[in-house]
Design a protein around this ligand. Structure first.
Ligand SMILES: NC(=O)c1ccc[n+]([C@@H]2O[C@H](COP(=O)([O-])OP(=O)(O)OC[C@H]3O[C@@H](n4cnc5c(N)ncnc54)[C@H](O)[C@@H]3O)[C@@H](O)[C@H]2O)c1
Ligand SMILES: O=C[C@H](O)CS(=O)(=O)O
Length: 482
């Protein structure tokens, strides 16, 4: 159990540093102080960026085998200390200890996949002779690292989403400066411990906790930072995109993911998958199920089964293995969700289960008849609330699914291949899961969305691609006879 108050250090260019200024990290379940973390200054951030540039310049051609070795050693370290990582995630964040253990397993995978993908950062030959007059030319392109990457990460997956920035950056030979979420910095700092232990050359990694506004903006705008890799809310993402200027940006933003359930679906599977997809991480999940469109012929049976299964969820102490759902990240967020639900009810929505708040805890909640004018109908709830809709047919479901400013992932439950492919083609999202809810992802797949859900793709290989540039090489061999 992660019980004592500890004073964390920040990782500046591979060195653990204390600071006069600190900020408190609380356990959202009971508001217990669990750590005092350095509140990095602008000078700390500048130091981290400058040392990152120095390290990158010192190792411009850092051998692949060394990068692979560091990544695997870091993964081994996390694996060896997995319970400590799980307790840290669960203590500072919303996840139950069971969910936290799952996240640790994913983070280990993310780092190991990055080690594998480091082997496959290849280019390809180019047939220059496709152009008349280039018969004597031969060449290829290869990929090279871009330099220092600035990463800013959210609170809800405080370990794996940080690993999903650091590991691809290291795999591709870049330096990286991470500004973790201020409410959950401990998991990120602990991940830094793994890379220091793995022998990552000094300077390649800094983890700089502090205010997004103060030091995050500095990271985003600094000319040495060649890419901003941001994961967080749409509003913040838009701010950062405008501030970043001429540099690569990766934006992994929000969503209010739809799932369609057709009358030929396996009802039990659809219910189980949608309940899990709706309430894991207390619904604080970018691809969490928020809107379910059910074909009218099965609406009542799906609704009743879904509500029954939801009401069986055990909400409570996140450190108990018997708990299904812990608290939201803080009482303020739970109050926001409560306000959005009450607004929808005021406008005519009906509540089928849930709707009660106790501090940062908010019951798993199911609404129907939510009017389009309700905030909760169009915005990202990012909480344990799901909206059910009865629809006449698939086309109606797709039209309503697409009628929002998000497009990350969606799900459809059907055995009909024609309808599945019709949905694949017509759903405006970055990922569509057939016979899974929207909440399905592996870290090896391309991941990201369209519209307000982001720019670019993560997924280890996609991340590595975005963190490198192609360089074309062409030999004009004057005496070369094809
Ligand atoms: N698409 C994805 O892969 C993905 C994954 C996880 C979370 N998210 C999204 O993240 C959001 C929830 O996370 P959150 O509440 O931590 O998001 P947030 O946008 O509030 O904060 C994200 C990060 O940005 C920093 N930040 C805040 N203001 C900033 C500024 N002006 N300049 C620079 N940095 C700033 C924060 O300190 C934090 O580290 C949800 O919208 C969720 O959908 C998306
Ligand atoms: O919150 C968004 C996350 O990226 C979803 S997942 O935890 O990576 O599946």
């Amino acid at each position: 159990m992660y019980t004592k108050i500890i004073t964390e250090k920040m990782l500046l260019a591979g060195v653990w540093v204390e600071s006069q200024r600190t900020f408190d990290v609380f356990d959202p379940q009971n508001n217990r102080l669990i750590a005092k973390v350095p509140l990095a200054t602008k000078d700390d951030m500048l130091f981290a960026i400058e040392k990152g540039q120095e390290a990158f310049k010192k190792h411009p051609f850092w051998p692949t085998h060394e990068r692979i070795s560091v990544l695997n050693k870091a993964a081994d370290y996390v694996e060896k200390n997995r319970e400590r990582y799980a307790n840290t995630i669960a203590s500072e964040g919303s996840k139950t200890i069971t969910e936290a253990r799952g996240e640790v397993k994913r983070a280990i995978q993310t780092i190991r996949i990055s080690a594998e993908e480091a082997r496959r950062i290849n280019g390809e030959t180019i047939n220059f002779d496709q152009k008349e007059g280039s018969e004597n030319r031969i060449g290829y392109y290869y990929r090279f690292p871009i330099g220092v990457i600035g990463a800013i990460t959210p609170f809800n997956d405080p370990l794996n989403l940080v690993a999903h920035k650091i590991a691809p950056a290291i795999a591709s030979g870049n330096a990286i400066v991470v500004k973790p979420a201020s409410v959950t910095p401990l998991s990120a700092l602990l991940l830094g411990e793994a890379f220091v232990h793995a022998g990552l050359p000094k300077g390649f990694l800094s983890i700089v906790p502090g205010s997004g506004k103060e030091i995050g903006e500095l990271l985003v705008t600094h000319p040495t930072i060649k890419m901003v890799s941001f994961t967080g809310g749409l509003e913040t993402g838009e701010k950062i995109a405008h501030q970043a200027g001429l540099k690569k940006i990766s934006m992994e933003l929000g969503s209010n993911s739809p799932v369609i359930v057709l009358e030929d679906a396996n009802l039990n599977e659809a219910v189980e998958s949608c309940v899990s997809g709706s309430f894991s991480a207390v619904g604080q999940n970018c691809i969490g199920v928020q809107r379910i469109f059910i074909e009218e012929s099965i609406y009542k049976s799906f609704r009743d089964a879904f509500v029954e299964r939801t009401s069986q969820m055990k909400t409570g102490d996140k450190m108990l293995e018997s708990t299904d759902m812990g608290p939201m990240i803080n009482e303020g967020e739970a109050k926001r969700v409560e306000g959005w639900v009450n607004e929808a009810l005021y406008k005519g929505a009906k509540i089928l289960t849930g709707g009660k708040r106790n501090g940062a805890f908010y019951e798993p909640t199911v609404l129907t008849d939510v009017p389009e004018t309700a905030v909760i109908a169009k915005e990202e709830i990012f909480g344990p609330v799901v909206l059910l809709y009865s629809v006449k047919n698939l086309k109606d479901a797709i039209k309503q699914s697409n009628d929002v400013n998000y497009g990350l992932q969606a799900g459809i439950f059907t055995k009909d291949i024609e309808k599945a492919f019709y949905t694949i083609k017509n759903m405006d999202v970055g990922g569509i899961m057939v016979n899974d809810s929207s909440d399905y992802r592996i870290d090896a797949m391309p991941f990201g969305g369209i519209k307000g859900s982001g720019l670019g793709r993560e997924g280890v290989r996609s991340s590595i691609e975005s963190m490198t540039e192609p360089k074309v090489v062409c030999f004009n061999l004057q005496d070369y006879q094809m």
